[in-house]
Design a protein around this ligand. Structure first.
Ligand code: XMP
Length: 507
């Protein structure tokens, strides 16, 4: 049988490393991330990519790799940014350190239109993010592209070794994907990445690990935990899915989540813990304290219900598990990692009782898997919703009255977004409460009531976000309906803050 091989991406700590993996998979090939410290762990790959990194090759603690071992794989190797500089040193060249950073767009001008640059334009934009540059290029190296000033930005060495100074994985490098594709085409017998194959492998893996045991999992109605529960169900194992209603959910959400799972044929156990959560939160104003109370209570309620678990399944995703020195994770990812690594879970993990079948997937791949599992688009297209729920959309103390007001405003806003066909175009949207009273007039009477803030953003990974330029008519009707129908609100504001510096939630 013909052997097939994956693409190994060696992580030198760049904030873009995960994106390389994702782009390779987008191109239809299977890629995995590895530490450069021990190349014996990467098996026999079909191609190797060295990522960028925040260090200078001259730093005393600069990451290194075993070059002889790297050469012994006899497969195409691509060094990106730091990766290219390291390769240049290994091939006998050197790197000029600099305190000046080149960050942003530059022109790419290939000097050779073969290999990496086959079919690539004579000049196109690429994205740079570096301070050091290569120099003393070895006689065996060839300059295969320069920037607008004639400075080498891409090299090739014998045996299919290549280097590029720019970042092909970011969308600002306009032909970056073609360059990556050209590189992968140099490799032989690469393993393809198809979500259907992946699904089949996952199901087999789950069956093998679980056997006759019962697997417990928490569901929230969000995409990750839903896909996880349906995957377990599809694998035919004995699943116990638990849904904790913390009283901080949106209008009729608990009923909707239950109906959705029923539609998918997955039985869930709903724990109504609203009173417990609201009691614990009474009068608490500090955002971190509120988060802590909610997080700890969730863990308590969940484990009180579960007791001793034979196995626990979690919807941990790839970005949650990757530890990369400079990798700035999103808040959701950090919190999820934190939640998925509480002492009780670490204990179960040590006993081999934790199952994380989605741990190799990115968020959009989880959605693709959801489609492959037959989950309806309205469920897979739900906006992200934070674990602490409406509590982070109500600065200061939360109580039933405030929550009720948020629920009503939010339902009107989301309803309008759906009516106007904007719900699927925005990444996340909601209405919150600004608990500041202002004067207004309602009917013939003076009113003294709170304001609601509408927020709609587009984002890729929640780390940055832009507010959405919604049609004025949509906003006008939303405002009118809220002011007419929601008692307690006499002012509607639209949040036009980008992240950074603002966050998506208000707390
Ligand atoms: P921020 O407000 O930090 O939010 O811009 C980024 C994304 O993370 C979600 N978020 C959370 N998700 N638990 C979660 O599961 C949390 O405590 C939490 N806080 C924020 C937020 O909704 C947005 O999608």
């Amino acid at each position: 049988m013909q052997e097939i091989h994956h693409v190994a991406v060696l992580d030198f700590g760049s904030q873009y490393t995960q994106l390389i993996v994702r782009r390779v998979r987008e191109l239809g090939f299977f890629a995995k991330l590895y530490s450069p410290d021990d190349l014996s762990e990467i098996g026999q790959p079909g191609a190797i990519i060295l990522s960028g990194g925040p260090k200078s090759t001259g730093d005393p603690d600069a990451p290194d790799l075993d070059f002889e071992k790297l050469r012994s794989f006899k497969v195409p190797v691509l060094g990106v940014c730091y990766g290219m500089q390291l390769l240049n040193i290994k091939f006998g060249g050197s790197v000029k350190a600099s305190n000046k950073r080149e960050y942003g767009p530059a022109a790419l001008k290939p000097t050779c239109h073969e290999s990496l640059y086959q079919g690539v334009s004579a000049e196109s934009q690429v994205w740079m993010s570096h301070s050091d540059t290569v120099q003393d290029i070895h006689t065996e190296a060839k300059v295969i592209a320069t920037n607008q000033h004639g400075t080498p930005v891409s090299l090739s060495w014998p045996d299919d070794f290549y280097g590029i100074q720019f970042h092909p994985e970011v969308t600002h490098s306009h032909e970056g994907l073609s360059i990556l594709k050209n590189f992968l085409l140099l490799a032989e017998d690469l393993q393809t990445f198809m979500i259907e194959d992946f699904k089949r492998e996952m199901i087999e893996g789950i069956r093998e690990r679980v056997g006759e045991k019962q697997v417990v999992c928490g569901v929230s109605g969000g995409v990750d935990s839903t896909v996880l529960a349906v995957l377990l169900q599809e694998a035919g194992v004995n699943v116990r899915a638990i849904f904790v209603d913390n009283g901080l959910l949106r209008k009729e959400e608990s009923a909707l989540v239950q109906a959705n799972f029923k539609r998918m044929g997955v039985e869930i156990e709903t724990i109504d813990a609203a009173a417990e959560f609201l009691d614990a939160l009474a009068g608490k104003e500090d955002p971190e304290e509120k988060r802590k109370i909610i997080g700890n209570l969730f863990i308590k309620v969940f484990w009180d219900t579960v007791g001793d678990a034979e196995m626990l399944a979690q919807g941990t995703l790839y970005p949650d598990v990757i530890e990369s020195a400079s990798n700035e994770k999103s808040k959701a990812s950090v919190i999820k990692t934190h939640h998925n690594r509480v002492p009780k879970i670490l204990e179960l993990q040590a006993e081999g009782k934790v199952l994380e079948p989605l741990a190799e997937l990115f968020k959009d791949e989880v959605r693709e898997l959801g489609v492959a599992l037959g989950i309806e688009p309205d469920i897979l297209g739900r906006h992200p919703f934070p674990g602490p729920g409406l509590a982070v959309r109500c600065p200061g103390a939360v109580d039933r009255e405030r929550l009720e007001i948020i629920r009503e405003c939010d339902a009107i806003f989301i309803g309008k977004l759906k009516e106007y066909g904007w719900y699927d175009k925005v990444w996340q949207a909601y209405a919150g409460l600004i608990p500041v009273k202002t004067v207004g007039v309602k009917g013939d009477e003076r009113s003294y009531e709170w304001a609601t803030n509408l927020r709609a953003v587009i984002s890729e990974d929640a780390m940055t976000a832009e507010w959405v330029d919604l049609p004025a008519q949509l906003l006008r009707e939303t405002s009118q309906d809220i002011l007419n129908e929601v008692s307690g609100i006499n002012r509607v504001l639209y949040d036009i803050s980008t992240k950074p510096p603002a966050s998506i939630e208000w707390e």
